[in-house]
Design a protein around this ligand. Sequence first.
Ligand code: GUN
Length: 303
Amino acid sequence: MSQAQIIDGKAIAGSVRQEITDRAARLLETSGTRPGLAVVLVGADPASEVYVRNKDRAAEACGFHSLKHTLPADTDEADVLALVETLNNDPDIHGILVQLPLPAHIDESKVLRLIRPEKDVDGFHPVNVGLLTSGDRKNALVPCTPAGSLVLLKRTLGDTLSGLNAVVVGRSNIVGKPMASLLLQESCTVTIAHSRTRDLPAVVRAADIVVAAVGRPEMVRGDWIKPGATVIDVGINRTPAPELGDGKTRLVGDVAFKEAAAHAGAITPVPGGVGPMTIAMLMVNTLTAARRLNNLPDEEALF
Ligand code: GUN
């Protein structure tokens, strides 16, 4: 059986970040504006700490002004809201990202709804959700992981996805739902599958494009993949790997990679696929936000 093309998310993310670095330098030169990103982390979840550190580093590498606020896990909701309000009013900050999940005593929806939609570089505010679902992408900020997945699809299949059958496995607000909206906007025929879907293998077998975002290690099997399909694996799951030694773990996606690579036309690896794209698209959104807040037109879209 033929082997799939491996989609190099790390390389594509690198080219996106380089483009944003160049655009940010031109913006600074022509308007004196340096894009500013503020990342807020409440608590000390180790995975979140890694993400937040990577976001902070990427912003600095792009020449952005980067602020990181780390608050203790027992911070009052009112204090988180007050910090968001301060950042909303800070003219040097164009993007605000509150790392999720928040501790249980904080109302996540309340925090996300307080972020100024123009600074909502995660695209989670109801205004941005509404703009995306109503097809008004040019005024929306689009969630980073779905946006990055769309970049990978277009770099693999070309700019026209029209008429393709796309199956999104997973219905989260962070990935599944916005991914489905983006693919619909690209004129795909979109199915959202989830834990209650009947005969999931049969649904996935109809897909020219599979986006797996369920958070269950290697759930999508190789024989579910239509020959030649493009597979985007959003999952990042840490699983025990006794073959590497006692107590060792490794990262796997939501797709059984080796099996699926024998059927797919192209597939993203984990790690090195969607992961690096998420951070690259956060840089894209921060630059977009900085331009819009300065009443400058958008530059050529990267997706
Ligand atoms: N937690 C997991 N993914 C994300 C994301 O894309 N943005 C934020 N803010 N938190 C997350």
